[in-house]
Write a protein that binds this ligand. Sequence first.
Ligand SMILES: [Zn+2]
Length: 527
Amino acid sequence: MSDTNTPTPHDADPLELMTRAFDSGVGVILESNDFSALLAHLQQALRPLAEVGDAGAEDVARTARALATHMAYELWNTTPIPENHFRPRKLPCPERNAPCPCGSGRKYKQCCGGVDRPALTQPPDDMLARVLEHLPPERLGELVARGAPPRVLAEIAEHWFDEARYDEVAGLLEPLFANPARLDERFAPAASLLIATYAQQGREDARDALIERLKKAPDRGLRSLALQREASILADRGEFPGAWRAFRAAQRLDPQDPTFAHLEVLLLMAEGRKEEARSRANLWAADLLARSPGKEYLPMIEALHAIVDAGEEDDEDDGIDGDDERTEEVIALLAALPGEYPARRLVLHIALEGIEPPIWRRLEVENTLTFEALHLLIQNAMGWENAHLHEFSVGDYRIGNSPDFDATFDEVVLPGEEVGLGQVIDRHKGFSYLYDFGDGWLHRITIEQRLPSAPQRAPAVLVDGARACPPEDCGGIPGYQRILAARRGEAGAEGDELRSWYGGYDPEAFELAAHQRMLENLFEPLD
Ligand SMILES: [Zn+2]
């Protein structure tokens, strides 16, 4: 194996290229309604992919052409067409013996059909959101008029909310609430999002008016939602008697709703009643576990404990008083992070940079987890010993565990236990995790999918992976290569020594089930 750096997808940026081609392809479909125009557009857009290779250039060109063909069918068959009641117009894939649509003159099976079809399928709601990007705002009302399900509209609006496009969110969702009489529980996600949007826009009057309207909705769930929001808002203003009145009224509507645990503990903490908050959190935890002995409520229980623990840390900080290591910049950055964001379940592909064949893992994580939690998950998934410093890089953010380190390197590092994944990951395609600043293990993390949140499942799951991570403290990639060389019987006297140190190390070994258990143990009930 040579040491030359083969370009990784991150370096060459083909992912970015493909995403741009995908997005612009939707525009071509809507404007031209012509499959061959779409195919020509994608071939043009993906051409740079064919120009990166040198040795295997022909292969690369063929793969790029096939990618354009596959993407054209995928995009055509999943793009909802407004004139077709927002349903796709489908086109069957070519017969195996038909001429390949790419224009090569060969049979499909011997051309693009013979190249593996990459997984390009996007969730229907994502496709609808892409189409809406291309529609003029006055046509958005059409979507509501055509009776698009409020849940779908809320999901589209969430994408826009992620991108801080609050005016458009309000424009899309407001018509839903024009007629309070027909509101039912299906409108709850849209209602939550619209309330959060008004808060972002600073439109408190609009927010309060919507809450008042929801309080009169026929549906108990919506009335409860409105009262819960009212309770939070009043508590933020320090108006605790009103906050508790709203809380009790909401609870009377649906006494069994477990989300009241969260709100009650928050209200108690906000009022400074920390002892009561802790004992209520414990009671709720016991109650929730009794309702469902499985893992259904574990994330909720974790969240309750986090609220109470965060309050205790504040107390400790007060004790130190000014001796806090944190710079004002960290405090300002933390305060500027979004407080609300849509819950998602992220599929993360994690691979060690610079090692072939790759050492990789695939994790599913709720984006409500913190970066500190993700750090522990990666440690256990990879097989590291959590013996060194670490740091995440997400866009311009550095998130890690070391105040000393940020002082030395003059960059601001946010504390991982105070930053939720969803607060900074936003629309990023990937980010990185550096473990052990000496050995410098750089993990490339690709966000493969953004799934709907699944609070009834464990908050994180190790899905798959391959190969053992290098031995701790083995000297980075060069040290790792020396161990592999020694195993092959190369490297002479040094080889003997390395073999005696790392004799039990098998670079190919990875026991998925054992690592899965380690991750499960991280989420055992607290206390
Ligand atoms: Zn072809």
